[in-house]
Design a protein around this ligand. Structure first.
Ligand SMILES: C[S@@+](CC[C@H](N)C(=O)[O-])C[C@H]1O[C@@H](n2cnc3c(N)ncnc32)[C@H](O)[C@@H]1O
Length: 452
């Protein structure tokens, strides 16, 4: 079979077969990563541990009797998730008290002991129920674009990426390896990379880099993206022109490693520099870059603090550009949906935002209050169509709040439009803003910003 058209399920089966593993425990955050393996080879799954579920859990329903959901209840959104899981008959939930459990939550670092104990007890119970035999392994490699790193002795635990968690499963590995052989998987086909890469393969890059173009970057200038993730936008930028110096900074060493691997695979390893560091305390001197850029970063931390840091590392007369998701604007579609369904499906989506994060129209004002001049900005939409790799993710997000009947209505309207050969698109709202670091900067006004 041609490697590039393998499904994720086939890739995961390929890894298990290469390593000679018939049945394994699986731990993950992105529920969708297991749908293919679950559908194609359900007998290979002895048990599932889901830490802070990301995405609709429907693909895991067939494994409810052998799944442990470790789920924080420390935010409105996290509590809604617990309620949804509790509504699944027979779901076994371990609530992580007062833990927000966002997709970027560093759960293995924040709750190491508690998570280790609950996981080890569950894995041991399941290993006995299924009669798994211990093995010993120490091996690294890649099969079908999925990387693996195996170590330890005991029954096998396969660890898929832990969402956007900075330290992934690393803080837990010594505890797990005392009883199990762990196999850590990675690569571009598993979330979060698959999510970031699919998003950037579509119109999201046009929208985000279009915002960056407000800064009119020129070849001899230096550009830094703070919160660069897998470096998807920076690879697009590097391919587009000959900007002298392109740097990506991220707090997540796992994503940086993947970003470096992807840039190297694309022949861009020499042109892109990746650095580890927090946007809230950027480990770089003042006045270092001509253009400082971020896209879907500021939602994940203290926005005003990050913006102050972005301004600090920008040269005088340099430019700062930021893009955030929107929780205050409706989505759009060209589908002629019945009015009630359109209102429900497309109403502003509460997508995870931290307490001090910004995902709304206050973005431009925040740039102004961080001391930037000539601030301009406003909403923009990035669209996606059914044939694109990002469509299933967006569809799952929108369908997640519809009833089965409403989903059927959507599907029939869409099928009707497609049968007539017409295009279909769904557009997600963002906020974009641009400002200039003036030579004589005004005082930062972030405190007054809070009150506006
Ligand atoms: C949704 S991803 C966006 C990645 C990339 N900008 C893109 O558009 O594809 C958000 C990124 O911000 C990073 N991030 C979150 N908090 C951060 C912080 N305090 N400092 C640096 N990076 C951070 C995450 O690790 C993640 O890679």
């Amino acid at each position: 079979m041609v490697e590039s058209i393998l499904t994720l399920g086939e890739r995961l089966i390929g890894v298990l077969e290469y390593l000679g593993l018939p049945t394994v425990h699986v731990c993950l955050r992105a529920a969708g990563d297991l749908s293919g393996l679950g559908a194609q080879a359900p007998d290979r799954i002895a048990s599932v541990v889901v830490s802070g579920v990301w995405g609709p859990p429907s693909g895991l329903i067939p494994f409810l009797d052998r799944t442990l959901w470790v789920q924080g209840d420390g935010s409105t959104q996290a509590r809604t998730t617990v309620e949804r899981l509790a509504a699944l008959a027979g779901a076994r939930i371990y609530p992580l008290a007062s833990y927000p459990d966002d997709v970027w939550s560093d759960t293995a670092a924040d709750r190491t002991e508690e998570l280790a104990e609950v996981m080890l007890a569950f894995l041991s119970e399941r290993a006995q129920a299924v009669g798994l035999q211990p093995v010993s392994c120490s091996l690294e490699g890649e099969v079908g674009g999925v990387t693996f790193r195996a170590a330890g002795t005991g029954t096998l635990v396969v660890l898929l990426p832990l969402g956007l968690a900075a330290q992934q499963w690393e803080p837990l590995l010594p505890r797990l390896q005392a009883h199990h052989c762990t196999i850590v998987l990675g690569g571009r086909y598993l979330a979060p990379l698959s999510f970031l890469e699919a998003r950037a393969a579509g119109d999201y890059s046009r929208m985000a880099l279009g915002a960056l173009d407000l800064a009119l970057p020129s070849a001899e200038e230096s550009v830094v993206e703070v919160g660069c993730g897998s470096g998807a936008l920076l690879r697009h930028l590097a391919r587009r022109g000959d900007i002298r110096q392109i740097t990506g900074i991220d707090v997540n060493p796992f994503l940086l490693q993947e970003a470096h691997a992807l840039a190297t695979a694309d022949g861009l390893g020499e042109r892109l520099v990746f650095l580890e560091g927090s946007a809230e305390a950027i480990p770089l001197p003042d006045n270092a870059f001509d253009i400082t850029f971020s896209s879907t970063l500021l939602e994940e931390g203290d926005t005003d603090r990050m913006l102050r840091e972005m301004v600090r590392v920008t040269k005088p007369n340099g430019r700062v550009v930021a893009v955030v998701r929107s929780i205050d604007l409706p989505w759009r579609t060209n589908l002629p949906l019945p009015k009630g369904l359109a209102t429900k499906a497309l109403s502003p989506l509460f997508d995870s935002v931290t307490e001090n994060g910004c995902a709304d129209g206050s973005l431009a004002r925040r740039l102004h209050n961080a001391g930037l001049g000539h601030v301009r900005g406003g909403p923009d939409w990035s669209w996606v169509g059914p044939s694109e790799p990002f469509w299933p993710t967006r569809e799952a997000l929108l369908f997640g709040r519809l009833t089965q009947e409403e989903i059927e209505t959507w599907r029939s309207v869409q099928a009707d439009v497609e049968t007539r050969g017409l295009p279909v698109s769904v557009a997600q709202p963002y906020h974009c803003a641009f400002g200039v670091k003036e030579v004589a900067p005004r005082q930062s006004q972030s405190d007054s910003a809070q009150r506006l």
